[in-house]
Design a protein around this ligand. Structure first.
Ligand code: URA
Length: 284
């Protein structure tokens, strides 16, 4: 029943996104819907669920099918706004976001040649509703300015639209972060694909193993070193895999900075950006 309701909600969202403002439901249709709701099994008596630090795959995987997204015709801006509304209306996203926190969609130029893809919102991002605004975001900004670009020149998205949950402390605050499950990523990926369809970047840059797994598939590799620093393909677009900025935050030495920088030099060359001798020598 839950899947059927999700399918109905998805279809209504799709119609809304394509400009339909009202739908007619026959009396028979309403009666069938009411009857199936009335025959839903009664919920089991509430018993407190055990709390775990690392939520296992089955617990956090949304039961709902990934959303079907049809972008409306119109400008990139109109398409992006329709997409944003679809994410905000998504029942799974809404259920996953903690009260008072925000669902997060990408940010930046809708004409960007370069799209960075991160993992998931963290503490700052779910407050501000914008990707990469916390410490990892400050470092990403520096990486972008090293490329002689600004945050407004590129597009920055995430695999996930909400912060993967962990049990909160007595103060109601979630302190740590966990990687998203495969089910969570599968639910959000259509929204990332839609952003790629709108922006049409020349290339994509996956930041870290989770983003790379989200784009290349969960079984595509074991260790990040197997795929990092090389070009891959995502839906016909070149995809560079590099480290997540938080890896540099944990290892702030020139050797790790140079590794990520070498990947970004490849990105600049592929995007036909000028590369100065000074830029070539960063972190040597
Ligand atoms: N890390 C990510 O991968 N994405 C964010 O938006 C913030 C931190």
């Amino acid at each position: 029943m839950r899947l059927a309701l999700t399918a109905i909600a998805d279809e209504l969202r799709r119609l809304k996104a394509s400009g339909v403002t009202s739908v007619t439901v026959s009396d028979e249709g309403m009666a069938a819907l009411r009857a199936s709701l009335e025959t839903r099994p009664a919920p089991a008596a509430a018993s407190p669920a055990p709390r775990r630090k690392q939520a296992p795959e089955a617990d956090s995987a949304p039961a709902a099918a990934p959303p079907a997204i049809v972008l409306p015709k119109g400008t990139k801006q109109a398409q992006w706004e329709a997409l944003k509304q679809a994410v905000l209306d998504d029942a799974v996203c809404r259920a996953k976001v903690r009260p008072g926190m925000k669902i997060v969609l990408g940010v930046g130029s809708l004409d960007a040649a370069i799209m960075f893809v991160g993992e998931a919102p963290g503490a700052e991002e779910e407050i501000q509703g914008e990707p990469f605004v916390g410490p990892a975001g400050q470092l990403l900004n520096k990486m972008i300015s090293g490329m002689a670009l600004t945050r407004e020149d590129v597009y920055i998205g995430n695999i996930m639209n909400w912060r993967p949950d962990l049990p909160v402390g007595a103060d109601g605050v979630q302190t740590g972060n966990r990687p998203p499950t495969e089910g969570e990523m599968a639910h959000c990926l259509p929204y990332l694909r839609a952003q790629i369809e709108i922006v049409k970047p020349t290339l994509l840059v996956a930041l870290g193993a989770t983003a790379a797994k989200g784009l290349l598939g969960p079984k595509a590799f074991g260790a990040l070193g197997e795929v990092r620093g090389r070009w891959h393909d995502f839906g016909g677009r070149p995809l560079m895999v590099t480290y997540h900025p938080s890896y540099i935050l944990r290892n702030p030495i020139n050797r790790t900075k140079r590794l990520i920088w070498e990947d970004l030099l490849k990105v600049m060359e592929r995007a036909n950006l000028p590369v100065s001798d000074r830029q070539r020598g960063f972190f040597l």
